[in-house]
Design a protein around this ligand. Sequence first.
Ligand code: ATR
Length: 283
Amino acid sequence: MSGTIRAGVMGWPIAHSRSPALHGHWLERHGIDGSYVAIPVRPEDLAAALRELPDKEFAGVNLTVPHKEPALDIVDTVDGVAARIGAVNTVIVRADRTLFGTNTDSYGFIENLRGGVGRDLSAWTAHPAAVLGAGGAARAVVVALCDAGVTELRIVNRTRTNAERLAELVSSCGARAVIVDWQDRAEALRGAGILVNTTTLGMQGAPPLDLVLDALPGEALVNDIVYAPLETTLLATARRRGNPVVDGLGMLLYQAQAGFEAWFGVRPEVDDDLRAAVLAADL
Ligand code: ATR
């Protein structure tokens, strides 16, 4: 590859992605001759778009909705974490033009929590974790919590079959999965050390998350992976009752580090300047 190093993010739709602002900030900060662009790719065109990357002299791409799961069967090699999550969010074009897929969402999730509390999570991971939702994002969250040492995961989801599928992932990493019906969600918080919302509820344009926090211990760490708005009702309510809270933006920032390093050759920092640049991005 010669000249400008190219990378980007594929999604459908993609116009509101904050990833170009994120990587653009790092490219500028490090004075790298590189570009990172939003690439609209229809679901039916994903395989062709990925296959074209070497010819287009791309170093790789991030993948977002709805491409993460289908990409698993398109790339040439995936690592263990992508296989466990069942999704690829980072594709790296290797020197031999093959495509390597990994998933940095688990890392992004746990680093965001660590960054939010000053690194050591053991006071929280020693207790059960309550995870709301059982979609793609929940898979990355559950893998991260298991790997961080949580031994009981309570899966609270509207559709039981989806919760059951997620429970298999929990069991496969050696933790205990407890499925809680959606209408019993307030009770799932009793004795929990960590509460994470991975549903779309509370996101701009989505219905609110209706959850009574009375049973949640006052020391429990509360995280919402929704970051638009940054301060969701869940976080605001938890903050008011004194719980430590971590917003969802950091997961996006930390998950981006590994791709940037692989493509552009520099390990970038997650700091307040980056947060401000990403929040200020005109979408
Ligand atoms: P992602 O990949 O971002 O996790 P997803 O796979 O569509 O997105 O998952 C969305 C999650 O939000 C699911 O857990 C979904 O619950 P179901 O498994 O029952 O579909 C949850 N969710 C979405 N809308 C919801 C609602 N109105 N009430 C309760 N849960 C909801």
